[in-house]
Design a protein around this ligand. Structure first.
Ligand code: NAD
Length: 534
């Protein structure tokens, strides 16, 4: 099938890409003008994985541009932090509306740059809107100054307040070019920080379009600076200057980023890789578990940190589940155009295709059985690969323990919940898990024994991801820190304890000498415990 960049069927205003504007120098120049790029900067040719065609040429940033971006962001941050929280919230709520109204543009761009199916591109639009609304509505409550108990009742008046870190540096990857470039920036900004963002070059048009929408919603240009370029130089330079480091990417790169942040003694949140399991328990409703597992394994062609790569099935339902899962996987509709109505898009790049092909070839050479898929599909798109189900995968095979980050899953049979838990935990990673059971209490018990930052019961990944009032992130080698929930905004602040002492000093008091003061305080502490003081 030859891919076409056909006009989408959305009824909303025509998008720049679908009406051909991505190829229009003016449109690209305007959007790219949203980044800090200097004279004589290198240029990057954006090619779409949908067809392999070049669709735009974008100037990149230099190290001097990174410096300039930080200078502007630093100068603008105090005034931004001084603005009332309600004004910042208004901007996020306006952005929410712009994103939903202009979704055809964003969907086109996400598809064009990532190659994913339109329905999965929509996940990113929904995510951005949900996160914008959430922090607009909750930040004032989360960040409000709080009175705390003093050392001794009545004598110390304590207020804990939250102050912004300053300038937050964000490096985001290519796989969710809209979500991951913007949803960390939103709480950082809401908390009064300025941000310097370096989106991946493979998703930069999407990020730039979203930043343009945020500015249209009222965000001062200075407080969100965008620079463009590779990870090792421009990405590292962004993080090296940040008052707080926010990185999403692979575990090996995350370790390097953590080392550099540790050296400078600045905080960091690192959202890293995963090797995620989905367990189908003996009492699972297979009518829900089969389509749910297929979505969880093959969304965004498996290029999703929280998607499933291990499917673990209780032996009592194994044969039934596997037959239906393989049939549903084989029936997935592949596609490569800017329309709704297909399930599986393309991988993003030749590198990804090589990695996925190598994992499957290695497994097959060592005795794995291919139950579905297993082939590249250049007839669909240059880097397309079939949804692939493997059985008989052993520890000798790369795909047993390494993250494939593609549409390849291995299926395992277990005899008990305990065996399933042990297999789900038998990995260096700890990002996401999924449990399918009719008994939610049993699901919660199993979840409690799995060492991952999120566990979805009767869903693959979207339930916990979309429930942004609660934190998500990785345990073990899947990262440090959390996005979403209170933790997702508190990380961008420093706490400050301001305590005013009244009437008498803390020590020594009442004209007592040291020894008598210690005796009096000891008595007071005993009384405080007895009366239930905190
Ligand atoms: P990667 O680590 O190679 O690159 C990630 C990003 O970091 C890229 O944009 C790259 O340009 C940049 N980078 C590279 N070296 C850098 C450095 N020294 N300093 C600063 N930035 C640098 O990962 P990848 O293969 O491009 O992305 C896929 C990985 O990301 C997978 O492991 C996936 O699981 C993970 N991921 C995790 C989450 C999460 O929320 N936990 C989300 C998406 C992706």
């Amino acid at each position: 099938m030859t891919a076409t960049l056909s006009r989408p069927t959305d009824s909303a205003p025509a998008s720049p890409v679908s009406s051909g504007l991505a190829r229009d120098r003016q449109w690209v120049a305007r959007v790219a003008g949203g980044a800090v790029t200097g004279e004589g900067a290198p240029r990057h040719t954006v090619c779409t994985p949908l067809t392999g065609e070049a669709v735009a040429e974008v100037p990149l940033s230099t190290l001097a541009d990174v410096e300039a971006a930080y200078a502007v962001a630093r100068a603008a941050q105090p005034a931004w932090a001084a603005r009332p929280m309600a004004e910042r919230a208004e901007i996020l709520l306006a952005f929410h509306d712009v994103v939903l109204t202009r979704q055809p543009t964003l969907l086109d761009l996400v598809q064009l740059e990532s190659g994913k199916a339109r329905g999965q591109a929509f996940e990113e639009v929904a995510d951005v809107a949900i996160v914008a609304r959430h922090y607009a509505r909750t930040a004032a409550r989360t960040l409000r100054p709080r009175r705390r108990s003093g050392a001794l009742p009545g004598l110390s008046q304590v207020v804990e307040s939250r102050i912004p870190k300053g300038v937050v540096g964000i490096v985001s990857p290519w796989n969710y070019p809209l979500s991951l470039s913007i949803t960390d920036a939103l709480p950082a900004l809401m908390a009064g920080n300025a941000v310097v963002l370096r989106p991946d070059v493979l998703g930069m048009l999407t990020a730039l379009a979203a930043v343009e929408m945020l500015r249209e919603a009222g965000l001062p240009r200075e407080v969100l600076q965008v620079v463009l370029g590779d990870g090792a130089t421009i990405g590292a330079a962004v993080l090296d200057r940040a008052d707080y480091v926010c990185f999403t990417g692979s575990t090996p790169t995350g370790r390097r980023v953590a080392q550099a942040a540790g050296e400078r003694l600045v905080g960091a949140s690192l959202e890293l890789g995963g090797k995620n399991s989905l367990y189908v328990a003996a009492d699972a409703d297979l009518n829900r578990a089969v389509p749910g597992a297929v979505r969880s394994c093959f969304s965004s062609a498996g290029q999703l940190c929280i998607s499933t790569e291990r499917v673990i099935v209780h032996e009592s339902v194994y044969d039934d589940f596997v037959a239906r899962f393989v049939a549903a996987t084989t029936a997935l509709r592949m596609g490569s155009n800017l329309t709704w109505g297909y399930d599986l898009g393309s991988l993003i790049s030749a590198d990804q295709l090589d990695r996925v092909g190598a994992h499957v070839a290695d497994a097959v050479a060592k005795g794995a059985t291919v139950l579905a898929g297993g082939r590249a599909r250049p007839d669909i798109a240059p880097f397309a690969y079939e949804a692939t189900v493997l059985a008989d995968v052993t520890a000798a095979m790369t795909c047993r323990d390494e993250e494939t980050f593609g549409p390849v899953v291995a299926i395992y049979r277990v005899a008990s919940d305990e065996e399933a838990i042990a297999l789900a935990n038998d990995t260096a990673y700890g990002l996401n898990a999924s449990v399918w059971t009719r008994d939610i209490s049993r699901g919660r018990r199993i979840a409690g024994a799995i060492r991952t930052g999120t566990v979805n019961i009767n869903e693959g990944y979207a339930a916990a991801w979309g429930s942004v009032a609660a934190p998500m992130g990785g345990m073990k080698a899947s990262g440090i820190g959390r996005r979403h929930g209170e933790e997702g905004i508190l990380r961008f602040t420093e706490s400050q304890n301001v305590t005013a002492q009244r009437l008498v000093p803390i020590a020594p008091a009442f004209g007592l000498d040291d020894r008598r003061f210690a005796a009096a305080l000891t008595t007071s502490l005993r009384v405080l415990k007895a009366v239930g003081w905190q």
